[in-house]
Design a protein around this ligand. Structure first.
Ligand SMILES: Nc1nc2c(c(=O)[nH]1)N[C@H]1C(S)=C(S)[C@@H](COP(=O)(O)O)O[C@H]1N2
Ligand SMILES: [Mo]
Length: 512
């Protein structure tokens, strides 16, 4: 009896599926030894959710409601089955090609896992391990499937059974690991749960008019998942709040140590503050705006009693990072806080859980210490911080900046029915506020943009400009802002080092 090619194909496809399941199952199992977030299933799903456009997300949520995650995972499962069956089919011609393809898929998944905000390079290991087991498994299973070609080989059916058994075993093992992992994630989340203090001074609600409603505009309050992340940590520090404490030392009358519970018992305030990274380039997106709840630094410093001669506070993170903040910025009326909550939730681990500093008006590298555990009251003359030791400026007030978000550089846009094109963007000059934004189209005179409602002088402001008679063809738009003191944003082009980029942001676009 001669096995027909369709039989070979079925067996090869099943071999691919089985090996693909082995890959995922081993990776899920291995991730139990690492962090729950190093499991490929959730990481790839998260990356996928980040990639799909907001409009599509809305449709999915509208259709499936709270089952949206389940739908996502089912879709991923189907795509995974189709891909690995295809890889198995590749093996009917050359087994080596199929093994290579599965390896490539595994490595790609590992890279996706690593790029998740909560992960570090080491989190690739479970997926790589899964690939290291899945690829040889595919080789063996495909060899078995190929034997079905040979006449009179009764082993063919046995190989089909082997593939099936491997697939079922992998599903059971993987599902078991997934359940344990999900439980662990939930436990980790529960451990981070604490009663967020009710602010004695809540921030005023963010008015709807702070958001420019224009396709492509960023959210005026950045979600925690969209918030940019910058730090020197190779792996996100995991801090246990039950053993965490904050020590205030240096030029103080009495040193102070506060446990997390004691910090939470202090009167807290709520502020909306836009953080910005000094590394942000002109037009870049290393800025984010959030509502923070925390304890004013000045009340704790006052209790410790700052001595004469001090002009700086060196904040230190559990991972050794330090920032030098001018004492004045922590004691004046700008509401610098030790934040414990971000947009109504405990700080996400990658944004400093359990406690970070938030200081309006200063770049992050001199003020926004995450996982903070120590404040040393000192002098600029006596101590230096992490980035100052690496050539960055000792002080880092945020420079006035403005950005065109819509249209994107290089975009092709269609004028609306009235022949108009609307431009939109963001401007910031934290703690000075933004007085105005102007836009220049090609070589036309500068026009005043319409400012959306400002949340406060410590946050960014969105703007829009209706270009009523947009002409088809290539155009350039340029933007500049004026800060709350009336000073125009400088046109002088500077790169980020040593104290922040400057210059006017410009985009080119085509009107069709
Ligand atoms: N512990 C620690 N805190 C840190 C840093 C860091 O490297 N380590 N980077 C700072 C820098 S440069 C910036 S811009 C902000 C970014 O905060 P975010 O990641 O929450 O956006 O964190 C600051 N706090
Ligand atoms: Mo930064």
């Amino acid at each position: 009896m001669t096995a027909s090619p369709p039989a070979v194909r079925t067996r090869s496809a099943l071999a691919g599926v089985a090996a693909g399941l082995v890959l995922v199952a081993v990776a899920e199992l291995a991730s139990l030894l690492f962090s729950a977030s190093s499991a490929p299933f959730v990481a790839v799903g998260g990356a996928f959710v980040d990639l799909i456009p907001g409009a599509l997300k809305d449709v999915v949520v509208a259709l499936f409601g709270t089952a949206d995650k389940l739908v996502l995972f089912l879709c991923m499962g189907v795509v995974h089955l189709a891909l690995t069956a295809g890889i198995g089919l590749l093996g009917t011609r050359r087994i080596g090609d199929a093994v290579l393809a599965l390896t490539a898929l595994g490595v790609l998944a590992a890279v996706v896992v690593m790029t998740r905000p909560e992960n570090a390079p080491a989190s690739m290991l479970p997926t790589l391990l899964g690939t290291a087991v899945g690829a040889p498994a595919l080789l063996l299973l495909l060899r078995g499937a190929a034997r079905a070609r040979e006449p009179g080989d009764g082993a063919g059916r046995r190989d089909l059974l082997v593939s099936g058994a491997v697939a079922i075993g992998a599903v059971l093992l993987g599902a078991g690991a997934r359940v344990v992992n999900a439980g662990r994630s939930a436990a980790e989340a529960a451990a981070r749960r604490f009663t967020i203090p009710t602010p004695t001074a809540p921030a005023p609600a963010v008015p709807a008019s702070a958001q420019v409603t224009l396709e492509g505009m960023p959210d005026v309050v950045t979600t925690n998942t969209d918030f940019y992340r910058i730090d020197t940590a190779r792996a996100v520090p995991r801090v246990d709040p039950s053993t965490w404490s904050l020590r205030i030392v240096g030029l103080v009358d009495q040193e102070l140590t506060l446990s997390f519970e004691e910090l939470l018992a202090e009167p807290a305030i709520e502020t909306t503050v836009t953080l910005t990274c000094v590394s942000n380039t002109v037009g870049g997106d290393l800025a984010g705006n959030a509502r923070w709840i925390g304890v004013p630094v000045r009340t704790l410093l006052a209790r410790a009693g700052v001595q004469d001669g001090a002009d700086m506070v060196l904040s230190r993170s559990v991972d050794g990072f330090t920032a030098s903040t001018p004492l004045e910025a922590l004691t004046d009326d700008r509401d610098a806080i030790l934040a414990v909550a971000m947009n109504g939730e405990a700080l996400p681990p990658e944004h400093g859980y359990p406690v970070r500093m938030v200081v309006p008006g200063l770049y992050g590298y001199v003020s926004a210490t995450k996982w903070v555990e120590g404040l040393t009251v000192t002098r600029f003359a006596d101590a230096t911080a992490y980035w100052t030791d690496r050539g960055w400026s000792e002080k880092g007030p945020i420079k006035t900046a403005s950005r065109i978000d819509v249209p994107r550089d290089g975009a092709r846009v269609r004028a609306d029915d009235a022949g108009a094109v609307t431009l939109g963007g963001t401007a910031w000059a934290q703690h000075r506020g933004v007085n105005g934004v102007q836009v220049q189209l090609d070589d036309d005179p500068w026009q005043d943009a319409t400012l959306a409602t400002a949340i406060s002088g410590d946050t960014w402001v969105q703007w829009s400009l209706n270009w009523a008679d947009a002409t088809p063809g290539e155009h350039t738009a340029r933007v500049r802002a004026t800060d709350g003191t009336g000073e125009l944003q400088t046109s002088k082009v500077a790169s980020p080092a040593p104290d922040g980029a400057s210059g006017w942001h410009e985009v080119s676009f085509t009107v069709r």
